[in-house]
Design a protein around this ligand. Structure first.
Ligand code: UD1
Length: 438
C-alpha cells in the first residue's frame, strides 16, 4: 500500500493548478453512452475514479480510451452489447449507478448492481429508483441488482420530486429522460454546477432541457442524442481545498496563486465563510490569489445544497478551524454522519466535541505529526492539510482514497514548497520495525 509522508510546519507558496472536475467528468462520461458514436471529452482528470468508471463503461461493450497526458476520454458508443454494471466494479465507486440512467436512455434496459454503504455511512439510492419508476420504468430488485426496463424500449417521461434534493438522482434521471417518449419534470432538482455543466453537455448532444441551474428541470425527450465533443469544467472542491490550504499554511500576507479554477462554482456560502476567516482573496479571471491572514478568525459553517457550504469541504474546514483564534462549529446537514476524519485528527491533537451532526472545534490547537489512516476521499485530504500545519512528520496511510479524487496532490503541493512524498509500506508490518522515513 502507499502513504503520503508530510513534513510539518510548512509554508505554502507559489502556484497551484486546478484539475478538471471529478464529479462532472463521471456524468459526462456516462452521457457519452447516449451519443451512439465517438465523443471526445477534454479536461478529464487522471484519477482512480475516472479509470474505474472507464472500466464500468467498457463492460457494456462501449470503447473508452483515456489519455492522461492530454486529459481526454474518447468514448466510442457505436455499440452497447451488454447493458449491465457488475457488483465488482460498482462497489468500488457509487457513481457507477449513473449507468442506470445512461443504459435506460440508450437501450431501454439496464441491470446495475446496487451500491453498498459508503465509508462514512449509508448512502441510499431510493430516489433514483423511485424516480425511474415515475418516468415509466419497470424496476425490480433481485440478488443485489436493480433491473429496469422501459416498456416499448423508451421511458415515457413523468414528474418526480426529489426529497431531499440529490445531485446523483438529478443526473441519473436526466440521463434516462433525455430519450424518453415524453416530457419529464424533476422537481427540487440539484442546482450544483456539476449538474449544470453535465446538462449543457446533454444539450450539446441535442437534448431538450430547460431550467438548468434552477430547482425545476424540464426534459422533453427525443428519440436519440448524437455524439459531441465537450470540455469539462475545473474541480471546485479541489479549488476550495487549495484555498483552505493557502489560508492555513501560506505565509501571512504573501500570495498563493491558484490557476485554472472557477470560483463562481464554489457557491456564496463558502466564499463568504472564507472571507470571514480574514484571508484576503483576489478573484481574477485567470487566477485566484489567496493571502493567509496573520490570525485566522473562527467561522462556523453548516453544509447545505448549492449554493450552500459544500459537504465535500467540511473536513478541510475543520482543520483550518483548529488554527483559528477561537472555537467554531461545523454542522453537516447533508451527510449527517460524515465525521470519520475526527478520530484520526484527534490522534494529531484535535480537540473537538461531536454531537449528532455537529462538531465544535477548539482553535489555537498545536497539532503534532502522527500515523493516521485515510477513511474516505475528503477525510484523507484533511489529514494531509493537518500534516502540513502540524509539528513533525505525518504519515497519511491508505492514500488510495485520496487518489480517487485528487490528481497528483503530492506533486502539486511539492511544487508549492511543501515537503511531501509518496512511500510504499506494508500495512501489516510491525510498526516497531518500520523505519521512520521508509
Ligand atoms: C454527490 C457527490 C459527492 C457530494 C454529494 C453532496 C458525486 C460523484 N458525488 O454525491 O461528492 O458529497 O453529491 O454534494 O458527484 N439521498 C437520498 N436518497 C437517494 C439519493 C440521495 O436520501 O436516493 C440523500 C443523501 O443521503 C444525502 C442527500 O440526498 O443526504 C444528497 O446526496 P446526493 O446529492 O445524492 O449525493 P451524491 O450524488 O451521492
Amino acid at each position: 500500500m502507499e502513504k503520503l509522508v508530510v513534513q510539518g510546519s510548512q509554508h505554502l507558496s507559489g502556484t497551484l493548478s486546478i484539475s478538471g472536475s471529478k464529479n462532472t467528468a463521471l456524468p459526462l462520461m456516462a452521457a457519452a453512452i447516449l451519443g451512439g458514436d465517438v465523443s471526445t471529452l477534454s479536461g478529464i482528470p487522471n484519477l482512480k475514479d475516472v479509470r474505474t468508471f472507464a472500466r464500468v463503461i467498457g463492460y457494456t461493450g462501449v470503447d473508452v480510451s483515456l489519455n492522461p497526458d492530454l486529459g481526454t476520454a474518447t468514448i466510442d458508443a457505436s455499440e452497447v452489447t451488454n447493458p449491465e454494471a457488475p457488483y465488482e466494479l460498482v462497489k468500488r465507486m457509487r457513481a457507477s449507478f449513473y449507468m442506470m440512467g445512461a443504459l435506460l436512455g440508450r437501450c431501454g434496459h439496464a441491470r446495475v448492481s446496487l451500491p453498498g454503504g459508503c465509508a462514512w455511512g449509508p448512502r441510499p439510492v431510493n430516489l433514483h429508483i423511485d424516480g425511474f419508476r415515475a418516468l415509466g420504468a419497470e424496476v425490480e430488485l433481485d440478488k443485489g441488482y436493480v433491473t429496469a426496463t422501459a416498456p416499448g424500449g423508451r421511458l415515457r417521461g413523468g414528474r418526480f420530486k426529489l426529497t431531499p434534493s440529490s445531485v446523483g438522482a438529478t443526473i441519473n434521471l436526466m440521463l434516462g429522460a433525455s430519450t424518453a417518449n415524453g416530457t419529464s419534470i424533476i422537481e427540487n432538482a440539484a442546482r450544483e454546477p456539476d449538474v449544470v455543466v453535465f446538462g449543457e453537455y446533454l444539450q450539446a448532444m441535442g437534448a431538450h432541457i430547460d431550467g438548468l441551474g434552477t430547482s425545476e428541470v424540464v426534459i422533453e425527450g427525443i428519440p436519440a442524442l448524437h455524439a459531441a465533443d465537450f470540455a469539462n469544467c475545473p474541480d471546485r472542491i479541489e479549488l476550495g481545498t487549495f484555498m483552505i490550504a493557502a489560508a492555513l499554511c501560506g505565509t501571512p500576507g504573501e500570495p498563493v496563486t491558484l490557476v485554472g479554477g472557477d470560483h463562481t462554482q464554489l457557491g456564496d456560502a463558502f466564499i463568504e465563510a472564507f472571507a470571514a476567516t480574514g484571508a484576503e482573496t483576489e478573484y481574477g479571471t485567470d487566477a485566484i490569489v489567496v493571502r493567509a491572514p496573520a490570525e485566522i478568525q473562527p467561522v462556523s459553517v453548516e453544509t447545505a445544497i448549492y449554493p450552500g457550504f459544500p459537504t465535500d469541504l467540511q473536513a478541510q474546514w475543520t482543520v483550518l478551524m483548529t488554527q483559528a483564534a477561537g472555537n467554531s462549529k461545523i454542522t453537516d446537514a447533508v451527510y449527517t454522519d460524515r465525521f470519520k476524519h475526527i478520530p484520526e485528527l484527534r490522534r494529531m491533537g484535535l480537540n473537538a466535541i461531536v454531537v449528532d451532526n455537529e462538531v465544535v472545534v477548539e482553535g489555537k490547537t498545536r497539532l503534532s505529526g502522527a500515523y493516521v489512516m485515510s477513511t474516505d476521499l475528503r477525510a484523507s485530504v484533511s489529514l494531509v492539510l493537518a500534516g502540513m500545519v502540524a509539528e513533525g512528520e505525518t504519515h497519511v496511510q491508505r492514500v488510495y482514497h485520496l487518489d480517487r479524487g485528487y490528481e497528483d496532490l503530492e506533486g502539486k503541493l511539492a511544487a508549492a514548497g511543501v515537503e511531501v512524498k509518496r512511500v510504499s509500506y506494508d500495512e501489516f508490518a510491525d510498526p516497531e520495525h518500520e523505519p521512520a522515513h521508509a
